[in-house]
Design a protein around this ligand. Structure first.
Ligand code: FUL
Length: 417
């Protein structure tokens, strides 16, 4: 190889090191599971997407208790709560000076209520983190569809992120827009939006289809791809209609240019907002466990929606299910197996990037090593179910890796039935 070419190659490698998580992204990944709370006028109307024309008085929780949300989330093992501070209908759960469609215009608590204040205080009290979803698509704001809306939305962001609610661990930029062919078109100023959040809350993880800090997993069922790279190449894409295909979001891009790990969002009920009629359809513990293996167990963070009801409380049935889900996880992962196992947990030290592209797991059974599993990516955590093995010796063979593989702790567990 010519000297010049070699130098160019070395320079290229030095200038393009593999993407690595920031400290905030690492901490976020370690949270593993957060609780999503869809709450707003839709809770009272039964709609999933409000029109934006709902009377402010529709929002009228009879017994709001954000401490109960936080206590429930904490007991269920969630690291934080993320609330729909503003859904597509535009109604703001805090007195947003930018809007005339907020709690301040409602008769709830004589217009003096502030759900974000109560929830952020409760999260602090219970030692969990607080995050917000503020929908860019707004069916109420008359400025939507004009450049003025971008400025208004940025000021809306400021009114939540300026510190009055303390630290915010995650901000959700939902990409949905259902305006349809003849509807309003908004050219979003994404760099203004992300710049505003970054300036005011430098450690907040910003979610959208394409990051900048974490990405949508490509479905609303709570499952990441079996191959799941925490890297993505977002260049040329935007959230919403301009997003990469769902299967790309589901698996990430091998050699992606940026560290944008997957977040898997799913609701414990069929819908995102509470509806009495859906109480019999709360997901079973088996379904939740399958989602857990398909998200946290595939290198994603799980965002499980548990919607408060018209009282403003997490319903008893959902809360009981969460405790059962926690008990099942504890019974499996509370103690490592010593002589018999059916779950293997692999980890990569992702602080140096994600490297493993193919691996196999062997167990030492009756005097010899036998292959019991194989797969592609590992990432922060990879859970693999295997037929029950009588052994306490396991080895991991890295078959393909981009750079030197750096595995974390490998553990084995036993799940009954
Ligand atoms: C979607 C929204 O349109 C749904 O209403 C819900 O909020 C879900 C989490 O994101 O894009």
């Amino acid at each position: 190889m010519k000297k010049g070419i070699l130098l160019a190659l070395l320079l290229a490698i030095a200038c393009n090191p593999i993407p690595k998580p920031t400290r905030a992204q690492l901490k976020w990944q370690e949270m593993e599971m957060n609780m999503f709370c869809h709450f707003g006028p839709n809770t009272f109307s039964g709609a999933e997407w409000g029109s934006g024309k709902e009377a402010e008085d529709l929002f009228n929780p009879t017994d709001l208790d954000c401490r109960q949300w936080a206590a429930t989330a904490k007991a269920a093992g969630f690291g934080g709560i993320l609330i729909t501070a503003k859904h597509h209908d535009g109604f703001c759960l805090w007195p947003n000076p930018e809007s005339t469609h907020t709690v301040a215009q409602s008769s709830w608590r004589d217009g003096k209520g502030d759900v974000l204040k109560e929830l952020s205080d409760a999260c602090r009290e219970y030692g969990i983190k607080f995050g917000v979803y503020i929908s860019p698509w707004d069916r109420n704001d008359p400025r939507y569809g004009t450049p003025d809306y971008n400025q208004a939305y940025a000021r809306t962001l400021e009114s939540v992120h300026d510190g009055r609610y303390g630290d915010i661990f995650e901000h959700w930029f939902d990409g949905a827009c259902g305006e349809g062919p003849g509807g309003k078109r908004q050219e979003y100023d994404w760099s203004l939006f992300t710049g505003t959040v970054r300036r005011l809350q430098p450690s907040a993880i910003m979610f959208s289809d394409v990051g900048p800090d974490c990405r949508w997993v490509g479905n609303e069922r709570g499952y990441a791809g079996e191959t799941n790279w925490s890297t993505l190449s977002p260049e040329g894409f935007t959230p919403g209609a301009g997003a990469p295909p769902n299967d790309t979001l589901n698996c990430g891009n091998v050699h992606g240019t940026h560290w944008i790990p997957a977040e898997a969002d799913v609701s414990i009920r069929p819908g995102w907002f509470w509806k009495e009629s859906e109480t019999p359809k709360i997901k079973s513990v088996d379904q939740l466990m399958d989602i857990y293996f398909g998200s946290v167990g595939r290198n994603a963070v799980l965002l499980l929606n548990v919607p408060p009801d018209t009282r403003g409380r997490i319903p008893e049935a959902d809360s009981i299910r969460l405790m059962e889900f926690k008990a099942r996880r504890d019974s499996i992962f509370g103690k490592e197996a010593t002589d018999r196992f059916n779950i293997v947990c692999l980890r990569e030290d992702i602080s140096r990037g994600q490297r493993v592209a193919e691996f196999a797991v062997d167990a030492f059974v009756q005097g010899e090593w036998t292959e019991i599993a194989q797969g592609t990516t590992i990432g922060y955590k990879r859970l693999i179910k295997v037929p029950t093995v009588n052994s306490d010796k396991v080895r991991v063979r890295v078959i393909k890796s981009f750079g030197k593989p750096r595995l974390g702790k490998t553990s084995i567990y036993y799940a009954q039935d």
